[in-house]
Design a protein around this ligand. Sequence first.
Ligand code: BES
Ligand code: MN
Ligand code: ZN
Length: 505
Amino acid sequence: MKLSVQQSTLRRIRTDGVAVFVRQDKKYFIRDLSAVQKLFGKKIDQVIKLENFKGKEAELISMFTEKKINAPRLFIAGLGEEKKLSLEQYRRASAAVVKKAKASNVKHLSFSLPAMDSKHTTQKIAQDEVAYALAEGAILAHYNYDKYFTEKKDENGKVTDLTIFDSSEAMVKLLKKRLHETRIICEATYLARDLENAPSNEIFPETLAEAAQKSAAKYGYRAIIWDKKRIEQAGFGGLLAVNSGSHRPPRFIILEYNSGQKELDTIVLIGKGITFDTGGISIKPANNMAEMKMDMSGAAAVIGTFEATARLKLPIHLVGLIPATENMPSGSAMKPGDIITHYGGKTSEVDNTDAEGRLILADPLAYAATYKPKAVIDLATLTGACVVALGHHATGMMGNDKELMEKLKEAGEKTYERVWQLPLFEEYEKQIKSDVADVKNTGGGKGAGAITAALFLKKFIGDYKWVHLDIAGTAILEEALPYAPKGGSGVGVRLLVEFLKNWKK
Ligand code: BES
Ligand code: MN
Ligand code: ZN
């Protein structure tokens, strides 16, 4: 979908379909519809009445314009109540329009940018931010994973162009300068979604590394790939133990952007890269096991974030660490009771081979200290327990630094990739005490599974500020959300890019 900005009006814009956005409160409803009203008069009142359109969230009218304007089709999208208005309402309304436009074979879609000055709203939302949110909702909702269909289902049902128009020259100028940032962030989210949705016979450790290399070469950041021998030399015992059941060799992917720029702060991102999680010898039930092709969603988010960060040229020294392997059962697989020595020398007891994520993350968490980072953030589809606790609408957040968590919380609210903190009370630590090693890889079935997993990770961190994001529920969607289809959501990319953009502020 091509994105463009134009100085124009509802009457003049030439397009296949034009959308206006309307709040539901009586006063605002009339105001938001006034331009439409002026052009269509009574017809609009009739349509609104017939469709029982109130301007509520997710409501949408699609009508023919009978040549009153230069677009054959008009969409009127509801935003809900003024007092509940945030950027998210614009993303959702825009997503609803795009889905309808797609189904109606509208190729060139145009949005009338809502006015946001104090005469028009009591909310403190900048008008250009509304434009970015509308574009974001549209692009993200337009995603579908159809790579493997031999007959593309909706080849002609694609919106090829999106134009946002406004009558103000200054606004158009600003958007022309900055709207491409939205496109970059959405494309990075697409990349993460594609990597997640790809089956494990396409994306496995070697090909995941290749995908990272390809993005790095294209956008000017560094990707260094360690093979099994190099991983052995480094002593990444967790990654090797989890890999031991798989016939596919592991990879350790090191990404770096702005390396060598000493004046910049260093931030390390770590992503869980299990390209398929069978559970290993502690094998998972067959039901829904296929979704474990997405157990590399943390890695996908890190690669997507690197791509966006490099394209946006953010002033930060970014390091990405991705341990990648399958978790398979076999004659050579690790077994319950095994003891692993991780990078840095600490040991862990394998109580359950299905708690493999924490095992492969322990090595890079310890290794991250060598970069002397200002912050370390890991992303992992780590526990089913996190899905039980928070479902699919919030990422579980745990860490050792209040300020860092606050920053992520703010980025989460802005992007609507919301995070929710869970406690790391020391009383929980007892659950991961091992009789034979420094730590045990399960919490012994006594609840708080997301927390005990994070406490395991905490054992391996260095002297740095750290946040763990459990994206098990938010990365893998069993049902579509307003602008994310079922499957991989690409969660983490928009969150982290927003966080990195604001790093120095
Ligand atoms: N990858 C899974 C966690 C997961 C489950 C992610 C469902 C997304 C949806 C992880 O490796 C795992 O299997 N965790 C176990 C840990 C348990 C054995 C302590 C779990 O959550 O059941
Ligand atoms: Mn597992
Ligand atoms: Zn897993």
